[in-house]
Design a binder for this molecule. Structure first.
Ligand SMILES: Nc1ncnc2c1ncn2[C@@H]1O[C@H](COP(=O)(O)OP(=O)(O)OP(=O)(O)O)[C@@H](O)[C@H]1O
Ligand code: SF4
Ligand SMILES: [Mg+2]
Length: 317
């Protein structure tokens, strides 16, 4: 494909928690040394279980939070060293769609106000007729402009969230589980809308999901994360996965129900605490083919000439 729109270089983010009266502060790496290139016009998918660092990665990419180490380049510009003023200008070209349209839309504002907010934040006048244009783009009726979020259905609210993201005509959207809180039928409609918008507006997507099936359907390439690190990159969604973790993700039947998202039925063994990662491969405690080598050494992420990247001593074939 073409040159990358977004490049991540050895991106890491550490969090410290605790440090109350009775607890020592503890540190963990929510994102560990992630390097990726998102080509212009691509739909790059990121999958992994709850807590593996997907949302942290999403926020790092837009520099909504600061990295502990590493770089994010957007269309050739290093976002991580931009001044606040320059970053604000750059932000016009990128936006985020959140998982939960219930909490990401302010209940006190009408949809027209919600769509005007990105213009206010940038100190830009909103062009005449822009609200109606945005509503039409996401398949909402003109009358919705005067509605409040609670008057909309879940699917309509997510459409409004997408319209807000499109307000400043960005090139790049980060979609953080945009359909995870919706019914399956509504989910399909939102995915169809995203496909249509991408084709019409020439967008590039970073699409985050815990659902490998959905990602394989929707994305051009797939990044699999485990405990903050990339363990496999599939350059083609139909390429057979070779990492035991990706294999397990594929074999398990994911449900949209977040209560069932914590564990993979196919895997036994404990997920290690992110605060105390063992030496060696982070997946060893759950891996059906782990050896002593795996428990001793950490496999590097190696890329072959097809672009397939893999961090595993014993790849499956
Ligand atoms: N602000 C924060 N302070 C401390 N720890 C955090 C913070 N944000 C995230 N974390 C921790 O970082 C890890 C990754 O969290 P993140 O939200 O990125 O995961 P996720 O893959 O998006 O999960 P989910 O699928 O549940 O949305 C988790 O262990 C989480 O507790
Ligand atoms: S390196 Fe070893 S433990 Fe890790 S995924 Fe590969 S086989 Fe399993
Ligand atoms: Mg998340």
């Amino acid at each position: 494909m073409t040159e990358p729109l977004v490049t991540l270089d050895h991106l890491s983010r550490r969090f410290e928690t605790g440090g109350g009266w009775f607890t020592k502060p503890r540190a963990m790496m929510a994102v560990r040394d992630v390097s990726l290139a998102i080509p212009k016009g691509a739909v790059m998918g990121v999958v992994g279980e709850s807590g593996c660092g997907k949302s942290t990665l999403a926020r790092l990419v837009l520099r909504l939070i600061e990295p502990t180490a590493g770089q994010v380049r957007f269309d050739g510009t290093d976002l991580t060293t931009l001044s606040p003023a320059a970053l604000r200008l750059m932000r016009r070209r990128m936006a985020m769609v959140f998982q939960d349209p219930y909490s990401s839309l302010d209940p006190r504002y009408t949809i027209a106000d919600v769509l005007a907010e990105p213009y206010r934040a940038q100190g830009l006048p909103m062009p005449e007729g822009r609200v109606q244009e945005l509503l039409a783009q996401v398949g909402l009726s003109p009358a919705m402009a005067r509605a409040f979020p609670h008057q909309l259905s879940g699917g309509q609210r997510q459409r409004a969230g997408i319209a807000r993201a499109l307000a400043l005509a960005p090139d790049f959207l980060v979609l953080d589980e945009p359909t995870a809180s919706l019914d399956v039928s509504i989910q399909a409609q939102i995915i169809a809308l995203l496909e249509d918008l991408k084709a019409r507006l020439g967008l590039t997507y970073l699409f985050i999901s815990h659902d490998l099936g959905l990602v394989r359907y929707f994305c051009d390439r797939i990044v699999v994360m485990y405990l903050g690190a990339v363990v496999e990159v599939l350059p083609d969604p139909k390429a057979p996965p070779r990492h035991p973790y990706t294999r397990a993700l594929m074999a398990s039947n994911f449900t949209p129900d977040p209560r069932q998202r914590k564990s993979l039925a196919a895997l036994t063994g404990e997920i290690p605490s992110a605060f105390a990662l063992p030496p060696g491969c982070a997946f060893a405690s759950r891996c059906p083919v782990a050896t002593d080598l795996c428990r001793r050494e950490n496999p590097a992420l190696l890329r072959d000439e097809s672009g397939h990247a893999l961090a595993c001593f014993h790849p499956q074939s």
